[in-house]
Design a protein around this ligand. Structure first.
Ligand code: PAY
Ligand code: ZN
Length: 321
């Protein structure tokens, strides 16, 4: 008998439940789901990309792929929950069989598994990873700052690393790490994306809160040359979202809506990996609950974001045809 799972979309689950659900999917839908181990977190938790793919690839047609990640920041619990909702729709809801035959999906629901667990057990508002002082001899950065743990995994990417909006102080909540890709989590993800960059046409990363659809660049107020192209797809997505339950997502670059910041994953995906359509989605809410979004919101948020992502997928298929 195949192992079941305890995953729901009515409460926030611990990492083990999430891993069990991924295993359940791969065992029950082996023709659609492949688990791809890409590495381990600092504390040794496995990172597994879920590849969803079905149907034959037509000759000479490169099937586009869409990447989605969640849980870069520990306290943003709605992010992995929504990533898992999307995963469930794509795999377990038969209505989307055509969609997964036309587009391949790579989904990593949780990047910062260590921080996520810590936010459940010790500090609900923890943001960073759980990198700690090492036993290395000599005065390392870590020795000098003993007690200040964690790297901001959204400041550690190798594109304008440690520039404006990122800190070199290990005690800061936006500590960029000792060097670009110093962290096993960001390194594992970036290596995987680079290995598949010829196929990945969209990079999506889920954060909270603010309710925004963010467009690169993050590190500069200058607009990207193809800002209009990115804007066009994002506008269609946010319009589709609004039709679901009326939620409005603000649309714009990170500096125009929040602040300028560097070494982020969306900028890296566009600037370094060359993925034209790269977005950071800031999930609800707008500040009332902030990071503490009640679990009753998982389903409605999941539904509207899935609608937005389906819109992006359709646009990509149109562009390719
Ligand atoms: O790539 O533009 C980007 C990311 C911007 C986010 C960041 O990493 O700072 C924005 C924040 C986030 O989701 O982490 C926003 C939240 C509300 C925060 O913690 O400030
Ligand atoms: Zn975040």
């Amino acid at each position: 008998a195949t192992k079941g799972h305890v995953m729901t979309w009515t409460r926030y689950h611990r990492y083990q439940d999430i891993l069990d659900y991924l295993m359940y999917l791969s065992e029950n839908y082996p023709h659609l789901v492949e688990l791809m181990p890409i590495g381990k977190t600092v504390e040794g938790r496995p990172l597994k990309v879920v590849k969803i793919s079905s149907g034959q690839t037509r000759e000479n047609v490169v099937k586009p792929a869409i990447w989605i990640d969640g849980g870069i920041h520990a306290r943003e619990w709605i992010s992995p929950a929504v990533a898992l909702f999307i995963l469930r729709q794509l795999v377990e809801n038969k209505s989307y069989r055509t969609l997964i035959s036309e587009v391949d999906w790579y989904i990593l629901p949780m990047i910062n598994a260590d921080g996520y667990e810590y936010s459940h057990t010790v500090d609900r508002l923890w943001r960073k990873s759980r990198r700690t002082a090492t036993t290395k001899s000599g005065r390392t950065l870590w020795d000098m700052s003993y007690g200040c743990e964690g790297v901001d995994l959204n400041r550690n990417w190798d594109w304008h690393w440690a520039g404006v909006g990122a800190s070199q102080d290990p005690c800061s909540d936006t500590f960029a790490g000792s060097h670009a890709f110093s962290e096993p989590e960001t390194r594992a993800v970036s290596d995987f994306i680079l290995d598949h960059k010829d196929r990945i046409q969209v990079y999506l990363t889920l954060h909270s809160y603010s309710q925004m659809w963010l467009i690169p660049w993050s590190h500069t107020k200058k607009l990207a040359d193809d800002y209009d192209d990115m804007m066009y797809l994002a506008r269609q997505a946010t319009e589709a979202i609004q039709k679901v339950h009326g939620s409005q997502y603000q649309l714009g670059t990170t500096p125009s809506l929040l602040y300028t910041t560097s070494g982020c994953s969306d900028d890296w995906a566009k600037g370094k990996a060359g993925i034209k359509y790269s977005y950071t989605i800031e999930l609800p809410d707008k500040g009332m609950y902030g990071f503490l979004l009640p679990a009753e919101k998982i389903l409605s948020t999941g539904k509207e974001i899935f609608t937005g992502i389906k819109s992006i997928a359709k646009s990509i298929l149109k562009i390719n045809s």
